[in-house]
Ligand binder design. Structure first.
Ligand code: SF4
Length: 495
C-alpha cells in the first residue's frame, strides 16, 4: 500500500490512521506526487484556495476505488486538516473493505485522558459523547467504557487526594528477566533459561540495590516519599526468594515507606511462583500480586510459548490466596493465535469464578520485535474473534460486579482495540491509574526503566531513561547515576 501526500505532510497522523485498516502492512510513501500507482494506494490532497480549503482522499484497495472530499470555507489549522483527512480516509476504507473500527479514527494511547480534558472544560456528557461519535466515529460501547473508566478514576483519585500529601511519587522497579520468552512478547525481557543471562542476575540485583540507595538520597533531599511501589518486568518472580528479599529490604531501608498504600509485585508467569517466594514478598510488604494465565486453554498456551498449563495457574492462584495478599490481579489476552470465541469465553468464565480483585483484559498487539507470525493478522483472521472476545469479556465483567478503571491502547493492536483494567469496587490499583493518566511522578529504577517527572500545575513532563539491556545497565552504571541529577533540577524548577 502506497500513501501519497499532496499539499500536506501529515504522514505521522495519517499513517497511524491507515494502520487501523492495514495493521500488518508496510507502507511506501510519496510526497507531492500525482502519478498514482495502478492499485493499492491512499492519496491525501490538501489544496488551499483564496477563500476555502479543499481536502480530498482517493483510495484504491485491490483495484477498487473510492473518492471522498470535504470543503472548508475558512483557513483550517493543520490539526483540523489532519483530522478531516483521517475522517475521509476512514469513510472511504469503510466503504471499500466493509470494515469499521470500534475506536473510529482515534489512534492515541490514552482516550480517557481526552475524555477527562473535555470534562474539565465543562462539557456535558452528551456533548462529549457527540464529539467522540461524530468527530471520531467511536462506537457507543467504547464511549461508555471511556466514561466508566473516567468516573471510576475520579472516585479513586478523590479518595486518594483526601488521604495523601502533595509530595508522593510512584516507585517502579524493573526486573527484565523471564523464565522463557513468549512468542508475542515485544518487551526487552530476557529469557533466564540460558546460562549467559542467568549469570547476569546476581550483579544486576547488586547494582539495582545501589541505584535504589543512591536515588533514595536524592528524593529524600527533595522531600519526596513513595506512595506506591511496583515491581514489573519481565517477571520479577524469576528471581529467587533471597534476591527478591534483598531488593525489598534495600527499598525499606532506603526510603520512608510509611506512606506506601499499595505494593505490587508481578508474578506473571505461574511457572515462577512458589510458596516460598509468595511468603517472602508478603512478609516484606507486598500487598498486590499479578498472576497471569493469559488464557486457560493449554493448547493456546503451548502455541504462544508459555511453558505452563492452566493447572499451574490455578495452583499459583490458590497459593497466593493462601498467603492472603490484599489484591490479586490476573491478566488475559484477547486475540491470541489459536484461541476461539468459545475458548476465550471459557477463560473469562474460569477467571471470574475465582473472583480476583483485578482482571486486566489485553488485546494482542503484534509488534515487529515479537516472534509471532503476523500472517493471520494480515489476513484479518484474528479481527472478528478479538472484537467478539473483548465484548464477551466486558459483558461478563460488568455483570460480575467489575468496573473498568484504566484503559490504554498500543500500536498494532489487533482490530485497533484496547487494554482495560477491571476492578471490584475500592480495589483499584492507584499505580495503574497514575501511570496511565500521567498525573504523578514515577521514579523508575533498573534496566529499561524510564522515570517520568510530572508537574501537573505547570504542564511539565520530563523523562530520564536507563539503559535498556541488563548487560548495558551494568556496564554503564555510573552514567545512569549521573542522570539522576535531572530529578533535582526538575524539582528545583518546580519551586
Ligand atoms: S512473561 Fe511477559 S515479559 Fe516475559 S516473555 Fe512473556 S510476555 Fe514477555
Amino acid at each position: 500500500m502506497k500513501l501519497i501526500f499532496s499539499g500536506n505532510d501529515y504522514k505521522y497522523e495519517l499513517e497511524a490512521a491507515a494502520k487501523i485498516f492495514f495493521p500488518a502492512q508496510k507502507f511506501e510513501f510519496a510526497f507531492d506526487a500525482f502519478d498514482l500507482p495502478e492499485r493499492d494506494f491512499l492519496f491525501f490532497r490538501k489544496k488551499q484556495f483564496k477563500n476555502y480549503c479543499l481536502l480530498y482522499v482517493y483510495a484504491d484497495v485491490n483495484g477498487v476505488r473510492c473518492r471522498k472530499a470535504a470543503r472548508d470555507f475558512c483557513m483550517p489549522a493543520d490539526k483540523q486538516c489532519e483530522e478531516e483527512l483521517a475522517r475521509l480516509m476512514y469513510l472511504a476504507l469503510k466503504q471499500l473493505t466493509g470494515r469499521t473500527s470500534e475506536w473510529g479514527i482515534l489512534t492515541g494511547v490514552r482516550p480517557v485522558k481526552r475524555v477527562n480534558a473535555l470534562i474539565k472544560e465543562g462539557r456535558s456528557e452528551k456533548e462529549i459523547a457527540g464529539i467522540l461519535k461524530e468527530r471520531y466515529y467511536v462506537s457507543d460501547e467504547k464511549i461508555a467504557a471511556a466514561f466508566d473508566t473516567a468516573y471510576t478514576q475520579e472516585r479513586c483519585l478523590e479518595k486518594h487526594r483526601t488521604m495523601k500529601k502533595d509530595n508522593g511519587f510512584e516507585l517502579y522497579i524493573s526486573i527484565p528477566f523471564c523464565p522463557s520468552r513468549c512468542s508475542y512478547c515485544s518487551f526487552i525481557s530476557q529469557s533466564a533459561a540460558g546460562n549467559a543471562v542467568k549469570k547476569l542476575i546476581p550483579p544486576y540485583v547488586e547494582q539495582l540495590c545501589e541505584e535504589i540507595k543512591y536515588t533514595s538520597m536524592i528524593v529524600s533531599k527533595i522531600g519526596l516519599v513513595p506512595e506506591t511501589i511496583y515491581f514489573g518486568g519481565g517477571t520479577p518472580t524469576t528471581l529467587s526468594a533471597a534476591q527478591l528479599e534483598r531488593i525489598m529490604k534495600t527499598i525499606a531501608e532506603s526510603f520512608d515507606i510509611s506512606d506506601v498504600s499499595e505494593y505490587t509485585i508481578e508474578a506473571g508467569r505461574p511457572d515462577t511462583v512458589t510458596e516460598e517466594k509468595l511468603c517472602c514478598i508478603k512478609e516484606n510488604g507486598c500487598t498486590r500480586v499479578s498472576i497471569n494465565p493469559q488464557t486457560l486453554s493449554d493448547e493456546v498456551l503451548k502455541r504462544i510459548g508459555r511453558e505452563h498449563t492452566a493447572e499451574d495457574f490455578f495452583s499459583a492462584f490458590e497459593a497466593a490466596r493462601k498467603v492472603k495478599f490484599d489484591t490479586i490481579n490476573t491478566d488475559i489476552i484477547a486475540g491470541l493465535p489459536g484461541d476461539t470465541p468459545q475458548s476465550f469465553e471459557n477463560t473469562i468464565n474460569g477467571i471470574t469464578a475465582l473472583r480476583p480483585e483485578n482482571i486486566t483484559v489485553h488485546t494482542l498487539s503484534i509488534k515487529r520485535s515479537s516472534r509471532i507470525n503476523a500472517t493471520e493478522e494480515k489476513d484479518g483472521a484474528l479481527v472478528q474473534p478479538a472484537r467478539q472476545m473483548v465484548k464477551c469479556a466486558a459483558d461478563k465483567l460488568y455483570s460480575s460486579g467489575y468496573m473498568p478503571y484504566y484503559l490504554y491502547r498500543q500500536k498494532n493492536m489487533v482490530d485497533n482495540l484496547e487494554n482495560i483494567g477491571w476492578s471490584l469496587k475500592d480495589r483499584e490499583s492507584l499505580y495503574n491509574i497514575c501511570i496511565m493518566e500521567e498525573i504523578k511522578t514515577i521514579i523508575a529504577l533498573g534496566a529499561a526503566a524510564s522515570t517520568k517527572l510530572v508537574d501537573i500545575k505547570n504542564g511539565r513532563l520530563e523523562r530520564i531513561f536507563n539503559y535498556k539491556y541488563p548487560a548495558d545497565y551494568i556496564a554503564n552504571f555510573q552514567l545512569m547515576l549521573n542522570r539522576k541529577k535531572e530529578i533535582e533540577d526538575f524539582y528545583a524548577e518546580k519551586k
